[in-house]
Design a protein around this ligand. Structure first.
Ligand SMILES: [Zn+2]
Ligand SMILES: [Zn+2]
Length: 255
């Protein structure tokens, strides 16, 4: 389990970027080699980064192939920034998550996404309504957090992917699911993460997509004393530098 010291000082948090994709993710650009990422992170003055390539439902074997590849590569790259080799794993349904086996400890950083509803193999709620999505997210989050396997939750609570999946057929809009979470429910879930040493991501894209929710999320989380990790979800080199979005995130969160 990896967790940095809890702080709400954005200047400190932004020195870490715990969500970066390499060419090993289908969506990662060609320029996203480990070497280039490390150089860019050091140029930007980051102190810690985590590599988090996608492991979609049914791809568990890929985790360790990727890990081995990156580990070998890293050995030959001189670097001063701390590099965690992890993965963006899938918690793709109630009690369904990649890496359910005992050797999960080999990964240095297990970032789990619970809401890639647009992906093949992802379990959907019984009904495509905001309340059903909330209920489904709640159950999935509870299961993965209580499993003790997650170091952090990626873009948590975000409903963009649910909306994208159903926008043709259902009148769902961005924020329709996040808005049915009450402050108490949010506080309980964030505290559950704290109890199981699971950090919560401040995903710079997610925050811009839903500023109103982001503000609630940050302040309720802070109140509960949770650990936040910054992640830019970088798929391109110019997204490695967290400080590029520092000002706007600070403004949105109102800190
Ligand atoms: Zn994701
Ligand atoms: Zn990602």
């Amino acid at each position: 389990m990896y967790m940095h010291e809890v702080t709400y000082d954005l200047n400190e948090l932004f020195r870490m970027n715990y969500h970066i994709h390499t060419t090993l993710s289908r969506c990662g650009r060609k320029e996203m080699t480990l070497d280039a990422i490390i150089k860019e992170a050091e140029r930007a003055g980051l102190t810690e980064i985590a590599i988090t390539d996608h492991i979609h439902p049914g791809e568990t074997a890929k985790v360790f192939r990727n890990d081995k590849l990156l580990r070998n590569e890293l050995e030959h790259i001189p670097h001063t920034v701390k590099v965690y080799l992890g993965a963006e794993l899938s918690a793709y349904g109630k009690n369904k998550y990649t890496l359910q086996y005992s050797d999960f400890d080999r990964l240095e950083y297990r970032l789990y996404s619970h809401n890639h509803y647009q992906m093949d193999g992802w379990e959907l709620p019984d009904e495509q309504t905001p309340l059903s999505y909330k209920q489904h997210m709640k159950l999935c989050l509870e299961k993965i957090i209580k499993s003790g396997k997650a170091d952090c939750m990626a873009h948590p609570f975000l409903d963009n992917y649910a909306v994208r999946e159903f926008e043709d057929r259902y009148p769902l809009t961005v924020g329709c699911v996040t808005s049915v979470w009450t402050d108490n429910e949010l506080g309980d879930m964030l505290s559950l993460g704290k109890e199981y040493q699971c950090a919560w991501e401040i995903n710079t894209n997610a925050i811009r997509a839903n500023p109103e929710f982001a503000k609630r999320y940050f302040h309720i989380g802070k109140e509960a004393g949770v650990c936040f990790n910054i992640g830019t979800d970088a798929h391109t080199l110019n997204n490695v530098d967290t400080f590029a979005s520092y000002k706007i995130i600070k403004e949105i969160l109102g800190v």
